[in-house]
Design a binder for this molecule. Structure first.
Ligand code: IPE
Ligand code: IPE
Ligand code: MG
Length: 245
């Protein structure tokens, strides 16, 4: 397995888990079977991140655009989410993982939403890792909602226009309490962001792999982290400045 440097870990990894449908097709199965195998890869990845010592893991599980998929598939995805929460809660507790969620949570089917809020409450004191699920999430919607809330707060005298800066806007996003991702992984050979964390990814290192999400293993995660560790994050400065020469 790839060796990684424990002193240079990404604090926050975000993953666009893509390719369940194509995996199913390759195996002559229906798309829903692909999502089931995808849920298995979620378990593996959460465990691996916890073992490695990643502080924040954000998983893009369902986009605001995914509501437009066939009803049967949407239902199956909601059921899978409920099933994941049921089965994984003891593990989250045992391993000290706090569950968080970003997105238009109110749109989720009621039993799923209830379960999600329950598990978030139950795990709120866990401090070893944050597992953040992006559900019914769209980044443009998130930014629009933030702007609306800022305007309302300005109207109510809670916010002054002159005080609005980058940090202010960041505080109005769903991710207010989290650092920006250091590493974004997208599986399945697609090279796009698909309306995910547009603001937060400003200086994130991007990593694309052809591996389909259901096939994603700990070794793939380690390979991504190893590539991340070879990158020089310059944040607009020069290499000499970064290296303190
Ligand atoms: C990702 O796999 C899972 C979700 C978007 C919910 P897809 O379902 O998008 O798989 P492909 O892209 O059709 O292969
Ligand atoms: C992005 O994948 C959303 C999730 C992984 C949940 P999609 O498969 O929906 O994205 P597009 O349609 O290929 O851009
Ligand atoms: Mg896809």
């Amino acid at each position: 397995m790839t060796n990684i440097d424990p002193n240079n870990l990404p604090r926050h990894i975000a993953i666009i888990m893509d390719g369940n449908g194509r995996w199913a097709k390759q195996h002559a199965m229906g798309r829903i079977r692909g999502h089931k195998r995808g849920a298995q890869a979620v378990r593996t990845t959460v465990t691996a991140c916890r073992e490695i010592g990643i502080a924040y893991l954000t998983l893009f599980a369902f986009s605001s655009e995914n509501w437009g998929r066939p009803g049967e598939e949407v239902n199956a995805l909601m059921d899978l989410l409920a099933d994941y929460l049921d089965k994984e809660t003891p593990t989250l507790q045992k391993r000290g993982i706090r569950l968080a969620a970003i997105g238009d949570i109110d749109k989720l089917y009621l039993p799923v939403r209830k379960k999600l809020l329950e598990v978030m409450k139950l795990t709120e004191r866990n401090d070893k890792m944050v597992l953040n699920l992006a559900l019914s999430y769209g980044s443009r919607d998130e930014i629009v909602a933030a702007v609306r809330k800022m305007v309302a707060d300005q109207r109510d005298g809670k916010l002054k226009i002159d005080d609005i800066d980058k940090e202010t806007l960041a505080r109005y996003l769903f991710t207010a309490s989290m650092p920006d991702p250091d590493l974004l992984i997208r599986t399945s050979g697609e090279y796009r962001i698909s309306n995910f964390l547009l603001w937060q990814l400003a200086y994130t290192e991007l990593y694309f792999t052809d591996v389909l999400w259901p096939d994603f293993k700990k070794s793939d995660l380690l390979a991504a982290i190893a590539v991340y560790q070879q990158r020089e994050r310059r944040f607009g400065l020069t290499s000499e400045q970064i290296q303190g020469k």
